[in-house]
Write a protein that binds this ligand. Structure first.
Ligand code: PEP
Ligand code: CO
Length: 460
């Protein structure tokens, strides 16, 4: 399918948002070491995810993708991994109930260490330094030496990703993900939340679980109630790392990116003739394409043709991130382009990246109501166009941080300084993330009742 492609061909294409390493010898040594290391994910898992995403594409499953904006070497510990995983599971149950479909769960975890930046420099008190680009590239500390890109950081990112994945695999299959237990955590949330609406949804899930138990279906008997499939994802930004971890699938002879199950191309690096598109077109992993206000319908058609020439369902997820009140200006034209091309895609909504603002207290933040507003508009446009809203994509953490304002926990501008821990964009805290899942679930349930049946979508 990609006959003329090689894993290093991206090197002859224009590259942006990537570091220029000052020490070529060190870079070569690191690259060799990565090339010898085992891949983090395996071809069979990647194929399985593509199959699950093909179901999302047909409206038979729903996608939940979430996690840190940027993982950090500092915040890396078992508790952080567990807490984020746990909230994603909690959200998934609530969404399953509303969508009446399986939820495909993908973390922005175990590899999300490299960041594109809107400015290549950062200025503090008249001192200008290169921007921080994620822990895999340089250090967030504001000093000249910290900001020099260091290839050895790729090795730390690799080993942290491997350990994170190991723990996620253990949590997914070792009993931690038992549905009754996850639901108990949701009940604790709704009890604290003081919201009648969330109480009611949670009580209906309790009823459903009790009914299943009475009918003899429980976690002891059915492994699917005790175990989950959980996948990892990150932006494929640092191509030296991606190339060195790509591997041949021994079953098919195809190449897969061994760095994570799902990789995406960022809104700043999706130039059809650029290095990132060139690398991604040749690997068989499911791919995300971030679609912000600057993408044109023509560019999108070219990208779809390049990245999915066989038009396979499950290969491409278009992650729309326009901003609250901007969805109707951009999304319909892109949907039109996809329809004209007859392309199979998943439409997912990232209501985070178009809603970043500076708060009066000086912090970069996002308002819960804007995040929710964008999700609603995304669903509305798909309803009008007769297309399938296939998923949601959040920046979130399992910790009780104060980075986004609003929600039940009512974080205000003044509160932001209390627990503002992100190394990049502001994340929803566990309560805000779960609340959003309840609201999206409600939206999904109401769409289904309007369309008279779980699997019925309006004809295009
Ligand atoms: C991100 O997802 O962290 C990101 C940088 O997104 P985008 O490319 O859409 O700006
Ligand atoms: Co971000």
């Amino acid at each position: 399918m990609t006959g003329d492609w090689t894993k290093s061909a991206w090197r002859s294409k224009p590259r942006i948002q990537m570091p220029d390493y000052p020490d070529q010898g060190k870079l070569d040594r690191v690259q060799n070491q990565l090339a010898m290391s085992p891949p983090l994910v395996f071809a069979g898992e990647v194929r399985q995810l593509r199959n699950e995403l093909a179901k999302v594409c047909e409206g038979k499953a729903f996608l939940l993708q979430g996690g840190d904006c940027a993982e950090s070497f500092q915040e890396y510990n078992a508790d952080s991994i567990r807490d984020t995983f746990r909230v994603l599971l909690q959200m998934a149950i609530v969404l399953t109930f509303g969508a009446k479909r399986p939820i495909v769960k993908i973390g922005r975890m175990a590899g999300q260490f490299a960041k594109p930046r809107s400015s290549s420099v950062e200025t503090v008190d008249d001192v200008e330094l290169p921007s921080y680009r994620g822990d895999m590239i340089n250090d967030i500390e504001f000093s000249e030496s910290s900001r020099i890109p260091d290839p050895e950081r790729m090795l730390t990112a690799y080993s942290q990703s491997a350990a994170t994945l190991n723990l996620l695999r253990a949590f997914s299959h070792g009993g931690y993900a038992d549905i009754t237990r996850v639901h108990t955590w949701n009940l604790e949330f709704t009890e604290k939340s003081d919201s009648e609406k969330y109480h009611q949804i949670a009580n209906r899930i309790t009823d459903a679980l009790e009914f299943m138990e009475a009918a003899g279906v429980n976690a002891e008997k059915l492994n699917t109630l005790r175990q989950v499939d959980f996948y990892t994802s990150h932006e494929a930004l640092l191509l030296e790392y991606e190339e060195m971890l790509s591997r041949v699938d021994s079953l098919t002879g195809d190449i897969i990116a061994g760095s994570g199950h799902f990789i995406w191309i960022g809104d700043r690096t999706r130039q059809p003739d650029g290095a990132h598109v060139e690398f991604c077109r040749g690997v068989q992993n499911p791919l995300g394409i971030k679609c912000g206000p600057s993408i044109t319908p023509e560019d999108l058609k070219v990208l779809l043709e390049k990245l999915n020439p066989q038009n396979e369902a499950g290969r491409i997820t278009l992650i729309a991130r326009f901003g609250n009140n901007k969805v109707a200006d951009y999304l319909p034209n892109l949907i039109k382009a996809v329809k004209e091309a007859g392309a199979n895609v998943i439409w997912s909504c990232d209501p985070m990246h178009g809603n970043t603002e500076k708060s009066s207290s000086g912090y970069k933040t996002r308002r819960f109501e804007n995040v929710l507003g964008e999700v609603h508009q995304f669903f509305d446009v798909h309803h009008d166009e007769g297309t399938i809203p296939g998923g949601v994509h959040f920046e979130m953490t399992g910790k009780d941080v104060t980075e986004c304002t609003g929600g039940l926990s009512a974080v205000s501008d003044e509160d932001l300084g209390d627990r503002y821990h992100t190394v990049c964009d502001p994340r929803l805290n566990s309560s805000q993330a779960l609340e959003l899942a309840f609201l999206v679930s409600e939206e999904l349930a109401s769409r289904i009742s309007r369309n008279n049946g779980p699997n019925k979508v309006r004809a295009a």
